[in-house]
Unconditional design. Structure first.
Length: 46
């Protein structure tokens, strides 16, 4: 099962991995909680 970091505004997959924790770490490392993008970033399972 793959997990994806997905941006709902641009319909773009930003990152993908087999481990969900790596997706969480990607978000923590690359998206600031104060950013306008933060509310549009999701982890989805495919």
């Amino acid at each position: 099962m793959k997990h994806q970091v997905y941006d709902s505004r641009t319909n773009e997959v930003l990152f993908e991995d087999d481990e969900q924790i790596k997706c969480v770490n990607y978000i923590l490392d690359n998206v600031d909680e104060d950013s306008d993008d933060f509310d549009h970033i999701w982890i989805k399972t495919v």
